[in-house]
Design a protein around this ligand. Sequence first.
Ligand code: ADP
Ligand code: MG
Length: 694
Amino acid sequence: MNLETSIEYVKGIGPERAKLIKNVLGISTVDDLLNFYPIRYLDKSKVYKISQLQESGIEIQLKGKITSLQEIQTGKTKRLAAKFNDDTGTMDLVWFQYSKWLKDQLPINKEIFIFGKINVFNNQFSMPHPEIEIDEKKETDNRLKPIYSSSEKLTKRGLNQKFFQTVLRNICREIPNLIEENMSEYMIKHFKFLSRQHTFLNIHFPKDLEHVDKANYRLKFEESFFFQLGYALKKLHHKTQSHGNPFPIVGDHFNNFYENHLPFDLTGAQKRVLKEIRLDMKKPIQMNRLLQGDVGSGKTMVALLTMLIAMDNGFQSCMMAPTEILAQQHYSGIKDLLKETDINVRLLTGSTKKSERKIIHEELENGELSILVGTHAVLEDKVKFKNLGLAIIDEQHRFGVAQRAKLWAKNKIPPHILVMTATPIPRTLAMSFYSDLDVSVIDEMPVGRKPIITAHRREKDRLYVYNFCREEIEKGRQIYFVYPLIEESETLDYKNLMEGLDHVMNFFSSYNVTMLHGRMKPDEKDAAMNYFASGKAEIMVATTVIEVGVNVPNASVMVIESAERFGLSQLHQLRGRVGRGAEQSYCILMTSDKLSAESRTRIKTMTETNDGFKISEVDMQLRGPGDILGTQQSGVVDFKKLDLVNDSAIIKLTKLTVEKILEADPLLARPDNQIIKNYYVRHYKGKNKWSKIS
Ligand code: ADP
Ligand code: MG
């Protein structure tokens, strides 16, 4: 027998059961079975008495007899109830879902042990869906019992907890030498790991809870370690193998702009990040860098300066944004900053006119165009560059992997890639899933920014809120009103938006109100946006189209309607639309009176902090890492043991460990690292379904 052996040949299984197990649980080899971890453990060393019961919710074992059985019909549903007696009292056992088979096989008037969670119902203790063991068949050893995720379909055919417990214990005992070690001796000693054999033994046949913890720790470590190792090796490979155009020069374009046209001093963080990027681009290796920075931290300026360096080295740049509005904003922003230079910048989106398109195509190919700003449109095959040296992707999570790959192919030697995120990513996620990118963080806001004041208000406060807005307008400020727009109920939301618009126009009848939503045509959107940005309209009523990147520094109040319907990162993005100028800005979260616990946490987090990194952590706790990464990357987070929310210490530790190992031995060539390398090659290499980020 080895790990690849079909479970059919395992003692006690056979072909028929093997087939069933494969169908129900997807387990086909001995190795699969070993990796079928218990979902929890029962402590069977203790037997409670009914008279001792004090609280519900705990899992316990009792010994006694079922004295009677009764089916109870309430409405359409049936449940099965049994009276269970020990010498100190009586309680009910209850099954809400059960088959005739279960009913028939319950042992009446026999000494049994029951295990399960204690419940309180009608002021009485009861135990729903207990596990039952008949006394005379009960095992004498009192170790912790692993409980596997099973189903009635399996149980009915004799594949109950006892079956899995026995089979797995036997495997662990019979083939310990087949469970191969995958950590170096040094690591095992240093981290005080159980050996790999003892890990599996204690997972399936634990000595005590302390050993379960140790085994779990090791399995989590392994998962994180090999995951990190995969990324780190990929990154290392990239650095030694992948060509890039070196940009050794910082020349006239950069210097002229920096000295004569920079409208403000860079923050320390912007300078540091720029230096990191420059160092990267000096090398003849393609840069793959993630630029993280909170909303409003000034990523755009870093992007522009980076593009100027590309230009100084004779290369073209392109900057890609996920929406038309955002591309337009970047374009006009950059155009404005460069207005006193002769640098050629153009915008390419889905709605660019044919004549303009033609010019863009020509100028890109003959090299006259230095900077192209656009949407997905820049990815089209028709768009060919003379020498694309740098591609900047703003708000990366909205772009698919395949689209990014297209950018690579736009030049013979792939362009340097700078990916900018819309919102900060939780540390553990950044450490895990962006490990093949180098990360730069802008962790400082431009000086003079006043933290945005955020308040939670309800419908009854509306008049107060409106009056407050009016006062701000009188001071010369501008206001956003944002309404939710969620796909499923688009019609309803549209109606809400229109009613909101009416309402606002009525109350603020002496001011100009403009509107922006997703159903408008691109040129209508532009017109609305310009009307507001130029200050002609004091108020903009909008849906979340303005979520990403919109920049109107004079807008100082953001009223978010039905704020409970927005996710945290969305709220944070929206709030980031104000607080961009020198004035004190406000964000007002309007909600209904009744809020779910989760909504309350979101609103509370928003009113308590402006720190996007903190907000992203809370967001991950609420939504889980899969949702944060987005559909592009979903599936990457199916670790069996590792929990990205709670195991950040392990993730940090494994990252450090991988770095240390590869620093000393980048090819894993040392004898003591062979064990790691062999295991990695056999189990992980090529199997990474997590995808490259850029
Ligand atoms: P984000 O990082 O969210 O993309 P932006 O690049 O849009 O942020 O910058 C937000 C605002 O801050 C812009 O109006 C920009 O001009 C301004 N800004 C950027 N850097 C600085 C700085 N060092 N000092 C002052 N204002 C800055
Ligand atoms: Mg931005």
